[in-house]
Write a protein that binds this ligand. Sequence first.
Ligand code: M6R
Length: 627
Amino acid sequence: MCGIVGYIGLGHDSDGNSFNHSAYDVLLEGLRRQEYRGYDSAGVAVIGDSGVEYRKKAGKLINLANEVEANPLPTSNIGIGHTRWATHGGPTDANAHPHVVDNGRLAVVHNGIIENFAEIRSELLEEGVEFISETDTEVAANLIASIYNKLDTKDLTEAVRVASNRMEGAFTILAIHEDAKDRVVATRRNSPLVIGLGNNENFLGSDVSGFIDYTKSAVEMGQDQIVTITATDYSIIDFDGNPAEGKPYTIEWDAAAAEKGGYPSFMEKEIHEQPAAVRDTLMGRFDENGNLTLDELKIDDSTLRSIDKIIVVACGTAAYAGHVARYAIEHWCRIPTEVELAHEFRYRDPIVNEKTLVVSLSQSGETMDTLMAVRHAQEQGAKVVSICNTTGSTLPRESDAALYTHAGPEIAVASTKAFLSQIAAAYLLGLYLAQLRGNMYKDEIQQVLSELQAMPEKIQELLDNEQQIKDLGASMKDAPSVLFLGRHVGYPVALEGALKLKEIAYLHAEGFAAGELKHGPIALIEEGQPVFVIVPSPRGRDSLHSKVVSNIQEIRARGAVTLVIAEEGDEAVKPYADHLITTPQCPTLLQPLLATVPLQIFACSLAGAKGLDVDQPRNLAKSVTVE
Ligand code: M6R
């Protein structure tokens, strides 16, 4: 939800030789890497010899790059940049960031929503300020300018601090001023911001991808803090002006991990990274006796033993991973487990107390709905474990414990490898609790773990045979709708398959619990309706398998074209499958790690055949940092 970049370097030495990087180059590269966060418009501002200069354009980043090529910016060592996912005001040139105010002296970029912007706007109007856009960001920029101009000290950091206390909502704001060419000032409340430390140059980004090409040294900031970066230093204060400490860390992935690596899209690359994502998530979790150890899980054993309820909170694909995990956690740990969409959680007055373990699932670690749910749970006394893919992000930082998935950067808006690694991590958590609480024998846990460890190879096997699914996807590009059916863990897989199609192929798609069919949805079935069916293993509970086979017969009898995902050797489904996609054998609970993959490939191929941009689907952004 909006990508932000800030840069300052030493620039020119006393002889006028330039060193370090050009601000525009750094900003453009940082925005390119963060474009997945929003791509409605983009802009940059730098300070040249004659003050602040800026360019901004509606549409994707390429429009901005073309604009700068046609109308170059001055050489500069300081600047800020923004790639936008529109909240206030449509995606127009005027509403794009930066917003430059105070006779062109102050430039601001902003991520988030300033909830009391209307009130501040009226006050500024009374002061005689004129507005040219519809955005809350222009209000923030003018507020900072107004405070700055009233300060005897003309201190940009102080102006930003005073403004931060006046604004409500969620925001990350970066500001530069032509009178303060030695600094970029940034403030954050409930919105992401990280600092990058280089050699005689420093950076700011919504996430580390904003500066990954230049440094691996980063600093995490806390809530309600302001950072001032110069070319050689940084300092953090809180909103009261007290000095605060950042938390330095080293970025584990390199710039190459965030490139397409020969694939036509990030989504395809990330689908193919799933064996490694699951393998890396499982890696290093065992001690010399083969016991499961989750080193990051810093909640004491006695608290974990006393847990009498688990609530998983998450959104979108991450919530479906939670639904899958629920089946396993309840089965292994015998702890009642609920899964709740994070944005619904706190509005239903949930029953949460010290004995509740809340598990948040999030790829980005910045999803505002999930963060708010976690905070609500903590206020009620619950302990929170966050399963997250992004080191240094807000959710793990604010939780009592974090369990990292090691999927590497996920750039495509449609979540793929994060889903599989979230399931793997949640399963580790379930097994760990079962081990700690004595719900399972050691050999039972070992058995599941070794089956889990075999999954990357099986996922790879599926990927090696992807052509059949790609062809199927392309052949259905004109289908008006696709339905998905599943039971047990196959049900959330069906929901995930439908979500993938909706978000990247703009196609009507619905996932149903197969048992629900005859309670209504079967009326949707007409001649030629494509229906995916996720069939549980015939080697598992027979009732489950045979019920799904009956469901396939029911829909086929009514004209559905059946696309059946079943285990190798499942003879019973063959007569009823118009298209049969086989997956390697595995226990029922692990099946989502396989059955999801063909659905991802299908959606990606179908969207590609429709000529759509699978990495940056319309109206969406990778990380949703507003409620
Ligand atoms: O970063 P998160 O995992 O918290 O994101 C949650 C959802 O916004 C995300 O999974 C979304 O549904 C994806 N675009 C689905 O592909």
